[in-house]
Design a protein around this ligand. Structure first.
Ligand SMILES: NC(=O)c1ccc[n+]([C@@H]2O[C@H](COP(=O)([O-])OP(=O)(O)OC[C@H]3O[C@@H](n4cnc5c(N)ncnc54)[C@H](O)[C@@H]3O)[C@@H](O)[C@H]2O)c1
Ligand SMILES: [Zn+2]
Length: 348
């Protein structure tokens, strides 16, 4: 069993262990007194793992309730959130009760925001089931829902009380979403972990990979819980990745779009002599190993325009995350109008 302690505004543990969901209740009991627990899950994960978690919670004295929503990013919205709030209220959840988010990043984000907002805040536990959720979204306390105008536009910083990662549940994750999550893992390697990239090139144990990524996320969150400086490095590949996601009307999933975004910015930086030669080729080789070798069909102009319109980029200046060599990124302050130069150089 591997344990990582996160010292954010709330202190909590990330526990990584095969089969841990069978004993989820025992671990939850270690951080929260017996109470009502609402297990929230999506329509893919619910039939696979909900009964295991429910049984374990009940064996450990929790009164458990369940809420299942249809899987998909489209459901990370106010309507699902409203249904969750009502389910909590209908079952008379009080401030001392608990939410258990059992699922991927969509489930974690919406359940976390329900926890942050219901009765002005109740505790929640994350049981991430996708690779992306285990390595990234379940740690750090960013919670959100989407609006029709864009993703994650309404949310709160609200830390979980516990994160339980069971790598065995990845056996049922589709190949597509395994690759999708791997894009974010490769991102951690590119930002500051060249050794992680080397591990990925050979045979590796996914538990080690989850631990390394969770450690990295912990360090970044501890240094910058509210996303002002250091945490911005996690946006490597995301400026243009988000543009590609949007241009595809979200038919290209997040990880695949980020993979394309990382390729564009890395190639651009090499061409503009901001990054050591060879980083682009190395990145492409690792991405290809995990079936992330698609190239974008969108033009440099379309991608730059979409990035400029991004509601999250305020003012005329933008802070881009650029690689300087394999396994090393830094922030680079530029103007929005320079974005086109980067996309052009990245798609040459
Ligand atoms: N809060 C953060 O810091 C943060 C960081 C990165 C991403 N995110 C958010 O995370 C979301 C993406 O997360 P995601 O890729 O996990 O998406 P997701 O939750 O939609 O999961 C992907 C798919 O895999 C299925 N699934 C998940 N676990 C499974 C399992 N073990 N077996 C079978 N199927 C399984 C889901 O039902 C879904 O169809 C986005 O909404 C993004 O905005 C948040
Ligand atoms: Zn991401």
């Amino acid at each position: 069993m591997r344990k990582i302690t996160v010292n954010a505004s709330r202190q909590y543990e990330i526990i990584i262990s095969r089969d841990i969901i069978k004993n989820a209740g025992e671990f939850v009991a270690g951080v929260h007194k017996k109470c009502k627990a609402m297990i929230i899950s999506d329509s893919n994960v619910f039939p696979l793992y909900c009964s295991t978690v429910k049984k374990s919670l009940e064996e450990n004295g929790f009164e458990s309730f369940t809420f299942c929503f249809e899987a998909g990013e489209e459901r990370k919205n106010i309507s699902t959130l409203n249904d969750i709030w009502n389910a909590l209220a209908q079952n008379q959840f009080t401030r001392s009760d608990l939410i258990v988010a059992l699922g991927g990043g969509v489930c974690g984000d919406i359940s976390g925001f329900a926890a942050a907002s219901y009765l002005r805040g109740i505790e929640f536990v994350q049981i991430p089931t996708s690779l992306l959720a285990m390595t990234d979204s379940s740690v750090g306390g960013k919670t959100a829902i989407d609006l029709e105008y864009g993703k994650n536009l309404v949310g709160a910083f609200w830390q979980p009380s516990l994160v339980l990662c069971d790598p065995n549940v990845l056996d049922t994750l589709s190949k597509h979403y395994y690759s999708d999550g791997m894009a974010e893992v490769i991102k951690y390697g590119m930002i500051n972990r060249p050794m992680l990239l080397e591990s990925l090139e050979g045979d590796f144990d996914i538990e080690d990979i989850i631990e390394i990524c969770a450690q990295d996320k912990r360090e970044i969150v501890e240094a910058d819980e509210h996303d002002n400086a250091a945490r911005k490095l996690l946006n490597f590949g995301h400026t243009f990745g988000h543009s590609i996601e949007k241009l595809s009307d979200f038919t290209i999933t997040h990880g695949f779009a980020v993979a394309m975004g990382m390729k564009i910015i890395t190639k651009a930086c090499e061409n503009m002599n901001l990054c050591e030669k060879g980083a682009y080729e190395k990145l492409c080789t690792i991405l290809a190993k995990f079936a992330l070798d698609n190239n974008t069909t969108y033009s440099a102009g379309a991608i730059a325009d979409a990035a400029m319109l991004d509601k999250k980029t305020s003012g005329e200046r933008i802070s881009l995350v650029i690689p300087t060599k394999t396994g090393c990124c830094e922030l680079f302050d530029t103007t929005k109008s320079e974005l086109l130069k980067f996309t052009q150089a990245g798609l040459e």
